[in-house]
Design a protein around this ligand. Structure first.
Ligand SMILES: Nc1ncnc2c1ncn2[C@@H]1O[C@H](COP(=O)(O)OP(=O)(O)O)[C@@H](O)[C@H]1O
Ligand SMILES: [Mg+2]
Length: 366
């Protein structure tokens, strides 16, 4: 990343490794560099090392190797009360015996702030999360969503420059989660705070973040803005983990520049874009997004590659049609088509031809 090279990174992980037992590395050679004001999400399956990274950044765990820097300074050298890091977790962690206002006063008292300044900051933080009328309530008198808003206000009340959030919306129902997703991103951008957000929910990661770091097995598999992650996954793990994906397996027959020929296990030959395959004879998983596949011959673009398919299932979803096909021996090949007045509606048993552009067909590691 350019921002490491010129030294302006606000948060930096440099070759960080972590082992809890002195044997297994749960974080392996992690490099990450964030500019100030960025909203970055660590996304990955359970156990991939996300929380460990957050805990090291907060200073609750130490790295086994490597260094973590905040504003250019190694985190170990900054005393906790000067780190200016706010934190929000999944289970709210509000003090149950204190009122909302007392919960918010706590991080300010710890920092030695006087009463009148405290009161004005608490009011502002509560207004920010639309909870101004709840200062006198105790956590047990609030709903889950309200408690999570208070936890957010408490993390923001001392105006931290960096906020860390670990699955903060995991315990909430879908609708509330979506509302808070937008509130958190708007708030973060409006206040200009830097956020490291952890989730295992890919939709949440895509909708909230400036960039997403996809974790698997203690490593960042890809670090990119949401559109790039979805449209240009660099390996099979990312292609499978982000969004819906069709996979066809085969062997690379030919490679020339940004073009390759793949012989599928079914015997079909297709053109693809070589992404992380490099040799003839190598096995590959070819990845194609459902909305890049066309079955209406009039809409097929020039240069599109076609294959025969049998319709197994057609689902009308209002805005789109979701059709499951048998393609080259794969019974789970899904295509999504926008509902339009002239769009053909398929039915089970239909024998069709489908097509896509070779550049939308990515040859990835097997
Ligand atoms: N305090 C701990 N002591 C020992 N092992 C731990 C500890 N915390 C996490 N681990 C292990 O480290 C790995 C990564 O865990 P974690 O960072 O919590 O992943 P994630 O947040 O992505 O689910 C897991 O295998 C987990 O069991
Ligand atoms: Mg975790």
């Amino acid at each position: 990343m350019a921002d490491t090279a010129n030294g302006t990174a606000f948060v930096a992980f440099e070759r960080v490794q972590k082992s809890y037992d002195g044997e297994t590395l749960v974080v392996k050679d992690l490099n990450l560099s964030m500019p100030k004001g960025e909203f970055l999400t660590m996304l990955g399956p359970s156990g991939s090392g996300k929380t460990t990274c957050l805990m090291m950044l907060a200073g609750f765990e130490t790295a086994t190797h490597g260094e973590i820097k905040l504003d250019g300074k190694p985190i170990n050298n900054i005393p906790p009360h000067k780190r200016g890091i706010g934190m929000v977790f999944q289970n709210y962690a509000l003090f149950p015996h204190m009122t909302v206002a007392e919960n918010l006063a706590f991080p300010l008292e710890v920092r030695g702030m006087g009463k009148s300044e405290r009161e004005s900051k608490i009011k502002r933080a509560l207004d920010m999360v639309q909870m101004g009328d709840f200062a006198g309530r105790r956590p047990a008198q609030l709903s889950g969503g309200q408690q999570q808003r208070i936890a957010l206000a408490r993390a923001l009340v001392f105006e931290p420059e960096l906020v860390l959030m670990d699955e903060p919306l995991g315990a909430l129902d879908k609708q509330l989660r979506e509302t808070l997703q937008f509130e958190i991103t708007h708030l973060a951008h409006r206040l200009g705070i830097t956020v490291v957000y952890v989730t295992h929910d890919q939709t949440e990661a895509l909708t909230m973040s400036d960039r997403v770091a996809v974790f698997d097995d203690g490593r960042i598999q890809q670090l990119a803005p949401p559109d790039q992650l979805y449209e240009a996954p660099e390996n099979s793990f990312v292609a499978q983990f982000i969004g819906e994906n069709n996979t066809l397996e085969g062997v690379v027959e030919e490679i020339r520049g940004d073009h390759c020929v793949v012989k599928l296990d079914s015997g079909d030959i297709i053109d693809a874009k070589p992404v992380n395959v490099s040799e003839v004879g190598e096995r590959t998983k070819v990845s194609i997004r459902p909305e890049r596949v066309e079955y209406n011959p009039e809409r097929l673009q020039q240069g599109a590659h076609t294959l025969k398919a049998e319709v197994l299932e057609f689902i009308y979803m209002g805005d789109i049609f979701r059709t499951r096909l048998r393609v080259a021996g794969n019974d789970d090949f899904v295509i999504k088509t926008r509902n339009a007045p002239d769009q053909v509606r398929l039915a089970p048993g239909d024998q069709i031809e489908i097509g896509w552009l070779p550049e939308d067909c990515r040859a990835l590691d097997a």
